[in-house]
Design a protein around this ligand. Structure first.
Ligand SMILES: Cc1cc2nc3c(=O)[nH]c(=O)nc-3n(C[C@H](O)[C@H](O)[C@H](O)COP(=O)(O)OP(=O)(O)OC[C@H]3O[C@@H](n4cnc5c(N)ncnc54)[C@H](O)[C@@H]3O)c2cc1C
Ligand SMILES: NC(=O)c1ccc[n+]([C@@H]2O[C@H](COP(=O)([O-])OP(=O)(O)OC[C@H]3O[C@@H](n4cnc5c(N)ncnc54)[C@H](OP(=O)(O)O)[C@@H]3O)[C@@H](O)[C@H]2O)c1
Length: 456
């Protein structure tokens, strides 16, 4: 049954829809997105049941999470400042450093869960296996991982907050390699790479962090990058990078923002080439930013070598597109993640090639009662954005209106076009949003709904 049929059917079964209003809302996942979803829904008096595969809250920020889905490594610090990272209603302690260690992020999320008494809504060690539309509601099948018991229940709506940084993207490469091949998701500490020749494929934030750390331990570290990256420092002129960009500067035309960043970087750190890292063909702000305080200096000091795309492997070497080659014991793919929802049949929802068509990055047009929180990759921090997404979903479930399908579909098309115009066309840029414009848009939408309601 297609989405349009489902909508028609749900309209026909009016009694069932009425009955469904009495059912709770199901939230999948208790990370940054799921926690705020529970809070926002409960703030509106909506009954919530959350399922979480792991035994506690925090998602990716719980190191070695027994969900098996966290890619956090021991040295991981956030690359967004604590001020930008905090939810609006729960500040990060003032004494904490600007860039939190992952243990502090977890402590912060735990304190959020405690402060708003969120945990009792969560069934830990419960893995959602399938989510199926059924008679105007949603049937959710869940496995209790401690007893292996499988149970299925009806919900009025489903809020998917299951994260998109857990299913490794591993490119196919020609040639065979006799050393170790791994994805960065399994990287934790540098000790087992001591004395090894390592090639890190990918120059996103994971590739940069891991290469910098290994450069102090491995025999050699080579980064392979097919697109290159503009490397941004964590601090510019003593200020955290994401506090250089303001609400006002984000309203300037993109071309002006690009010129301003280029000028600032020239002054603050000189050109990338002067460190031996080629400047990419694509202009700044056309890729998800790679933020590293150390990378350029380590390349300049000869501790890291940067090469282009991998062409093939031999038994013991990696050969690059320009014909250069390096010896390797280990290849670490820091090539990002595929957006996957194993609990949906493709006819209900899928993200083929990482593409999703969601109104405001939250609502699948023509599918009632299904919402996505955190299916965005912001230039900037995530929690304040997902907090507004969740606030909006709670309003929708409390009666706030959506535009017509046609209007939503038209906006989805415009959004996709705008994103494609700014960002390099890559699977990692399909859900990109910019911090201030997106935050302001979602907040304005929510404020307007609240104002309308209080005026009624
Ligand atoms: C290495 C790394 C560093 C990052 N650094 C920053 C940063 O500095 N600043 C920033 O703002 N963002 C950063 N991010 C983005 C980060 O993903 C978000 O900050 C945030 O953690 C996303 O939260 P989430 O709840 O959407 O997803 P997750 O943290 O992935 O949580 C999803 C939860 O859903 C659960 N789940 C999934 N499937 C199921 C299922 N079938 N049944 C039950 N439960 C399920 C998982 O177990 C998990 O607990 C980083 C991401 C990575 C990978
Ligand atoms: N310290 C931190 O806060 C921190 C640390 C790590 C990660 N993160 C966040 O976590 C998220 C994931 O980051 P990530 O670095 O793991 O992934 P990512 O941002 O998706 O970057 C993946 C990298 O791999 C490359 N790549 C992808 N497919 C490839 C292929 N087939 N062949 C060659 N290269 C390929 C990409 O290049 P192309 O551009 O050419 O596709 C890119 O350089 C991001 O939001 C990031 O900001 C934050």
């Amino acid at each position: 049954m297609g989405p349009a049929d489902r909508r028609a059917k749900s309209k026909m079964s009016g009694n069932m829809v009425g009955m469904n209003q009495q059912l709770p809302v199901c939230v999948i996942g208790a990370g940054v997105s799921g926690l705020t979803s529970i809070k926002q829904l409960r703030d509106r008096g909506i009954d919530v049941v959350c399922f979480e595969t792991g035994s506690d809250v925090g998602g990716i920020w719980r190191y070695d999470n027994d969900s098996g889905r966290s890619p956090a490594y021991a040295s991981l610090h956030i690359d967004t400042s604590k001020e930008r990272f905090a939810y609006a209603d729960h500040p990060v302690p003032r004494k904490w450093p600007t860039y939190l260690h992952h243990t502090q992020v977890l402590e912060y999320l735990e304190s959020y869960a405690d402060r708003f008494a969120i945990r009792d809504a969560i069934r830990f060690r419960h893995d959602v296996m399938s989510v199926v539309p059924d008679d105007g509601g949603w049937r959710v099948k869940v496995c209790d991982l401690d007893t292996d018991e499988v149970a299925s229940q009806m919900y009025r709506a489903v809020v998917v907050a299951s994260g998109h940084h857990w299913d490794p993207n591993i490119p196919k490469q020609s040639g065979s390699f006799s050393g170790e091949i791994m994805h960065a998701r399994s990287y934790r500490t540098p000790d087992r790479f001591i004395g090894k020749h390592v090639v890190v494929v990918g120059l996103g934030n994971t590739g940069a962090d891991i290469a910098c750390e290994l450069s102090w331990h491995a025999a050699s570290v080579t980064i392979s990058t097919r697109s290159g990256a503009h490397i941004l420092p964590r601090y510019i002129l003593g200020r955290p990078l994401d506090r250089i960009s303001t609400r006002a500067s984000s309203r300037l035309p993109l071309v002006v923002q690009r010129l301003a960043y280029q000028a600032l970087l020239r002054i603050a750190r000189g050109s990338q080439e002067s460190y031996g890292v080629p400047t990419p063909d694509a202009p700044i702000l056309s890729q998800h930013p790679t933020v590293s305080q150390d990378l350029l200096g380590l390349v300049k000091d000869g501790q890291i070598v940067v090469k282009g795309d991998v062409s093939r492997f031999t038994d013991t070497e990696v050969v690059f597109a320009n014909g250069d080659s390096v010896s390797a014991d280990v290849i670490i793919y820091a090539t990002g993640y595929t957006i996957t929802f194993p609990f949906f049949d493709e006819s209900v929802f899928s993200a083929r090639d990482n593409r999703v068509d969601l109104y405001k990055m939250v609502v699948p047009v023509d599918t009632e009662g299904l919402y996505f929180i955190g299916l965005i990759q912001p230039v900037g921090a995530m929690p304040p954005l997902v907090e507004q997404q969740a606030r909006w979903v709670a309003q929708l479930l409390d009666g706030a209106p959506l535009p017509s399908s046609g209007e939503m579909r038209a906006e989805v098309v415009v959004d996709r076009y705008t994103r494609q115009k700014q960002y390099l066309e890559r699977p990692r840029h399909t859900i990109q949003v910019d911090y201030w414009p997106y935050l302001d848009q979602m907040r304005a939408l929510c404020d307007a709904n609240d104002a309308q309601r209080s005026g009624e």
